[in-house]
Design a protein around this ligand. Structure first.
Ligand code: PMP
Length: 420
């Protein structure tokens, strides 16, 4: 069996059950021990503590666009609520939203049908259900390392084994296909893809997707592709990242996950979806009935407005993010010892600070900590995204513009001083 330290047990170690009479309360289910949270939320609460003491903090930690959703989206939700559209709806989602999702996917070359769409309260729920629906105890799940920590957490939760694959830093963090191929075993069940990628902003080429598709077909694997940042791309004239689901023969072994949080700045609406193969979708809908019954209808009406209304807010946000990306990369590349690939999508830069780690003797967590306490910049140590992230810092540039500007200056200043 492939081994990986992604398989490490997280924060809550399982406790040996004490004899019943000595216990203050009954034990929790042991599977909870497999779960881990998200580092971003921990850093945010530390930053808030400092702010409560009167310190100014530039927030570069949270992956949430500080842009307002377009007015027609807000109005659609308000109208739906005023009309009383707040009762139970179909578990799979409103037909009009499922249809709009299918139309939007057709623009990306994915020809799904509405019956294959399951609308969920956020993309995260769609990831959760995808793993619950496909991974058995003992199965291995290949996931990007560094990567969104929830994939490994969920895999452990269901008794599976997370196996990290590398990203190629010399190719702007594209998936390392040779590494993926070398880690496939008889137990591998799922390959998890995420492009554009959290935490590096890397994307994936059509050619790489074709190679991954060949591996999936050859080894009879499922693919879970998390395309939540799919429309936030800076160097691709088409305005989206190619999807593995558009490759002939792949739709029947792919679960495509997407949502409205990032491109439409609708994080708090909690709206996402999964497109599932026909042989799986009915059971996944039953899973949704067990888990959340339905996604709030008035939220789905906002989603219909987002997909079918004007897209100018998306384009304006992506243009502003690209401007910030260019500025950040130029600034960080000017700092001695820092290496920074230009993120092609999402809204994260992931500079490599190996030189600073070596010369200072600090860990990546200590570096991030010093940036917060000494310079008032909240950002994330890459180690929170898996062992493969241990020499990087995740900088989110989706926040308030002033925070991004002052935060990056402070980061550049900190590393320049450290190098001197
Ligand atoms: N996937 C990735 C890679 C993410 O970064 C996030 C949000 N941080 C999500 C899924 C979850 O998105 P949602 O708000 O739709 O649940």
């Amino acid at each position: 069996m492939a081994t990986t330290n992604l398989d490490r047990q997280p924060e809550v170690p399982p406790r040996a059950a004490a004899p019943a009479r000595e216990r203050a309360h009954p034990p929790a289910a042991s599977r909870l021990a497999g779960l881990s949270g998200e580092g971003a939320l921990d850093v945010l609460s530390r930053a808030r503590e400092l702010e409560a003491q009167g310190r100014r903090v530039a927030h570069l930690e949270i992956g949430e666009p500080q842009f307002a959703p377009a007015p027609h989206i807000v109005e659609a939700a308000q109208r739906a609520l005023a009309e009383g559209d707040a009762r139970y709806g179909p578990p799979s989602g409103l037909p009009a939203l499922r249809g709009a999702i299918v139309d939007a996917l057709a623009h990306r070359g994915v020809s799904a049908s509405a019956e294959n769409v399951l609308v969920t309260p956020g993309a995260k729920t769609a990831v959760f259900y995808s793993i619950l629906a496909t991974v058995n105890a003992g199965d291995e799940v290949l996931l990007p390392d560094p990567g969104f920590p929830i994939y490994a957490s969920m895999t452990r939760f269901v008794g599976g084994t997370p196996v990290g694959y590398a990203l190629d830093a010399t190719r702007a963090f594209a998936p390392d296909i040779d590494d993926i191929a070398s880690k496939i075993t008889a137990r591998t069940r799922v390959i998890c893809l995420n492009a554009p990628h959290n935490p590096t902003g890397g994307t994936v080429s059509q050619r790489d997707l074709e190679r991954i598709a060949e591996l999936a077909l050859e080894h009879d694997l499922l693919v879970v592709t998390d395309e939540i940042y799919g429309r936030i791309v800076f160097d691709d004239a088409r305005g989206f990242t190619p999807s593995i689901a558009s490759i002939p023969g792949l739709l029947d072994r792919t679960i495509l996950v997407d949502g409205f949080s990032k491109a439409y700045a609708m994080t708090g609406y909690r709206l996402g979806y999964a497109v599932l193969p026909s042989w799986l979708v009915e059971r996944a809908i039953v899973l949704a009935v067990n888990g959340h019954t339905c996604t709030p209808p008035f939220v789905q009406r906002a989603g219909i407005a987002a997909l079918t209304g004007p897209q100018s807010s998306v384009h304006a946000m992506v243009a502003e993010l690209k401007r910030r990306r260019d500025l950040i990369v130029a600034k960080l590349r000017g700092v001695p010892g820092l290496r920074c690939a230009a993120p092609a999508g999402a809204f994260y830069a992931f500079p490599d600070v190996s030189d600073a780690l070596r010369s200072s003797g600090l860990t990546i967590k200590q570096l991030a900590d010093r940036l917060l306490t000494e310079r008032g910049v909240a950002l994330l140590p890459g180690s929170g995204f898996g062992p493969g992230g241990a020499s990087g810092l995740r900088i989110s540039f989706a926040g308030v513009a002033a925070d991004v500007a002052t935060g990056i200056d402070a980061v550049a200043d900190f590393f320049t001083a450290l190098a001197a």
